[in-house]
Design a protein around this ligand. Structure first.
Ligand code: TMP
Length: 237
């Protein structure tokens, strides 16, 4: 399998074609941005952590029957994935109020929600990924009603599996973002699941072990990423 041209460069990843048109290679960078690219920096070792963490969590989900784009890890920073057509909708799942939800509804960070919140954002950097709902998604033709039903059900199932898995590692899954793709007529999980795209708090101390340490200048950013990797690779503490 031969690496081809770069097809796409995002804020944290590069995606390369391969000699097999059904496969792509994701390369994870240490570059970090926040607030739609307004804040820029580097988190040393982040690319390695996100690659290993994401692949590990896709493996956990696969054991529970959730299909993803993951094929195999090539090295510390590169992973072979199935080439899917990304649905341009970011799916945010929230168990505990934090971040933009805390601002929007006035719940202090850490407030448990009575039930899981699902939010959709239109994946468009120029527009700043605005929040949209099912009727916008239908009106814009971003996905069909059947696809959105599947996506919502998958997102909730991913939440149940990961919440239980991470609890055993003394991590609270506060919220996270998922992306889905179309592959051979099916909806599969795509993109990454990592400290860049999730809020992970230590279950005992509520210490933030995710990208909020970078967004909010909390310090010990690299250490937080390494701690997530350590807990996932080390198994139950
Ligand atoms: P928010 O509270 O800023 O809306 O973020 C909710 C979750 O989504 C949080 O776990 C971080 C993740 N997220 C991304 O992965 N990418 C983004 O661009 C944003 C804004 C949030």
């Amino acid at each position: 399998m031969q690496q081809g041209d770069m097809m796409y460069e995002g804020k944290a990843k590069q995606v390369f074609a391969t000699d097999d048109p059904t496969l792509a290679i994701i390369h994870y960078k240490d570059d970090a941005t926040a607030f739609n690219g307004l804040k820029k920096g580097t988190i040393i070792g982040k690319g390695v952590v996100n690659n290993l963490v994401s692949n590990h969590l896709f493996g956990v989900l696969a054991q529970h029957g959730i299909e993803s784009h993951f094929v195999r890890q090539l090295n510390e920073r590169d992973t072979l994935v199935r080439r899917v057509a990304i649905v341009p909708v970011e799916v945010i799942v929230r168990n505990i109020a934090a971040g933009s939800l805390s601002k929007r509804i006035g719940y202090p960070e850490g407030t448990r929600l009575r039930s899981t919140v699902l939010e959709y954002c239109y994946k468009d950097d120029e527009l700043g990924d605005p929040m949209i709902n099912d009727t916008h998604i239908a009106a814009m033709g971003l996905a069909t009603k059947e696809e959105m039903d599947q996506i919502a059900a998958l997102a909730l199932k991913v939440n149940d599996i990961l919440t239980a898995y991470l609890a055993r590692l003394n991590l609270s899954l506060i919220d996270f973002k998922l992306e889905f793709g179309r592959f051979e007529g099916r909806i599969v999980l795509a993109d990454e699941i990592s400290p860049d795209t999730c809020r992970f708090w230590d279950a005992r101390t509520n210490e933030k072990l995710d990208k909020d340490r970078f967004r909010r200048d909390l310090g010990d950013v690299e250490e937080a990423y390494q701690e997530i990797l350590r807990r996932l690779m080390g198994g139950v503490q």
